[in-house]
Design a protein around this ligand. Structure first.
Ligand code: TYD
Ligand code: MG
Length: 451
């Protein structure tokens, strides 16, 4: 064994592992039972190579958390031995979500271990009672000592550890929350979960700039990183995967924090849509995709004569550069004067759109604001717009059109290069250029007045 390789000391009696040699096992109290064992890095190097086709690739048997939205973001449920890191700002609802999931898993007949280093037994139990979580199979372990807590893991089918910053790993230097401790806590949980093939969720805090607190290594150690987020003023919470070894990172889960805990929002389309009955100028609808989830998004634009030497451009929910670029396209290719106007664009409901398929809706909203005329009622706009003013196809148009039809839109303006199928009662309006789209997309009232 090389001198610089890490050494672990393992108790011959209880199997407890520590990095410092002590005369007495800190776990079971036996004397003289700790023996040096090579750490992971010091095992014989290079495991035997195998033929790739001989590796078992059967999909793992997943454990449902009982919360459909959480399962979907995970890629279909928890994976045995897989460790999920759930990050989010304090107070966002991480503990609530996990206690609810723990309760559901326990109700399904599996035993669950909920370790809380942040709250007392009474606090967790009170919350469980408020959330209606009551099961004999849900075991609670409160305290900061990781090793002691993990010893309860033997019969568990699912483990929650709240949080990585609150726990203390035995034999590691530093206070809980220091990089050394965070790394050790995470590594020991990962080892324990892998060894017992038990799925585990680890809670992690997020710093003010939105990064997971603790060493960068933390994200590499776990299989899945989920980020739970939400605006301070809103009761909606978004769950996204930042990394997922067992599924896609595209899925979005939406929850609402209510008096009785988090409720999954399965029909997300209405979330960002005012459904105003009266046609308003400067408003265009699109169906954006968040992962595989279609979301109806309402783009709103306001235009007013400027008093500044440089007209103002403000965008919320859409990238400012993209908005400025589309402004230039509308001005140049459709002859609508923008330079004398202050222009403001907002995506209703605090939604943030990265999807370029919203370009056409943004241009339509802009044109509608500049002309001060509403767009065709019940229209939605799906297309990417190029610098030449050409309207390009979008990804997964079929999904978007079906959603538009389901929501009761009457027409969809799409690129003529799409092979769009009529969905339900939705009329398809194919266009090749922005100019053409704007000629077809205004309401009858505006057409009459503009003649
Ligand atoms: P919590 O799960 O403790 O957040 P985290 O673990 O991410 O720090 O959530 C705390 C917030 O949620 C708190 O402000 C109160 C609110 N809340 C509700 O609105 N309803 C509920 O049923 C629960 C349990 C919490
Ligand atoms: Mg908490």
């Amino acid at each position: 064994m090389r001198r610089d390789e890490p050494v672990r000391y393992v108790c011959a009696d209880c199997g407890h592992m520590t990095t410092t040699r002590t005369g007495r096992c800190p776990s079971c109290g036996a004397w003289g039972t700790l023996d040096a064992e090579a750490g992971p890095a010091a095992r014989p190097r290079g495991a035997a190579a195998r033929v790739v086709s001989a590796v078992d690739v059967r999909p793992p048997q997943r454990l449902s958390t009982g919360i459909g939205e959480l399962d979907r973001v995970l890629g279909g449920g928890l994976v045995p031995g897989g460790v999920v890191l759930l990050g989010g700002q304090p107070g966002i609802g991480k503990s609530t979500l996990l206690l609810q999931a723990a309760g559901r898993v326990a109700e399904s007949g599996a035993s669950v271990l909920y370790i809380s280093g942040e709250e007392s037994e009474a606090q967790v139990a009170l919350r469980a009672a408020r959330l209606g979580v009551a099961s004999d199979r849900l075991l609670l372990c409160c305290g900061n000592e990781l090793e002691g807590a993990l010893r309860n893991m033997k019969d568990a089918s699912f483990v929650v550890l709240d949080s990585v910053q609150a726990m203390r790993a035995e034999g590691e230097a530093g206070w809980p929350g220091t990089p050394n401790q965070v790394r050790a806590v995470a590594q020991r949980l990962v080892d324990a979960a892998r060894a017992d093939r038990v799925p585990a969720v680890l809670v992690g805090h997020i710093t003010k700039d939105g990064r997971l607190a603790g060493p960068m290594l933390l994200e590499h150690m776990v299989d899945t990183v989920l980020i739970f987020s939400g605006e301070g003023y809103s009761s909606y919470r978004m769950l996204r995967a930042a990394k997922n070894r067992y599924g896609s990172t595209d899925e979005l889960g939406v929850f609402e924090m209510r008096e009785d805990g988090l409720t999954a929002i399965e029909d997300k389309s209405g979330l960002y849509w005012n459904r105003s009955d009266t046609a308003v100028s400067g408003v265009a609808m699109t169906i954006a995709l968040e992962g595989t989830t279609p979301l109806a998004a309402e783009l709103q634009t306001l235009a007013g004569p400027t008093v500044f030497p440089y007209p103002r451009r403000t965008a919320r929910g859409i990238e400012l550069n993209r908005f400025q670029l589309l402004t230039a396209v509308v001005e140049k290719r459709c002859g609508l004067p923008c330079s004398g106007h202050d222009l403001y664009m907002n995506v209703a409901g605090g939604l943030s759109i990265q999807d370029p398929s919203a370009d056409l809706a943004a241009c339509a909203a802009l044109a509608s604001a500049l002309r001060d005329a509403p767009l065709r009622t019940g229209s939605c706009w799906l297309g990417e717009v190029g610098l030449a003013g050409e309207v390009r196809p979008v990804t997964r148009l079929g999904v978007r059109l079906r959603e538009a039809a389901r929501l009761g839109f009457s027409c969809a303006v799409v690129s003529s290069r799409e092979r769009a199928e009529r969905a339900g009662g939705l009329e398809i309006v194919p266009v090749s250029h922005l100019d053409e789209a704007l000629a077809l997309g205004f309401s009858v009232r505006e057409k009459e007045t503009s003649i």
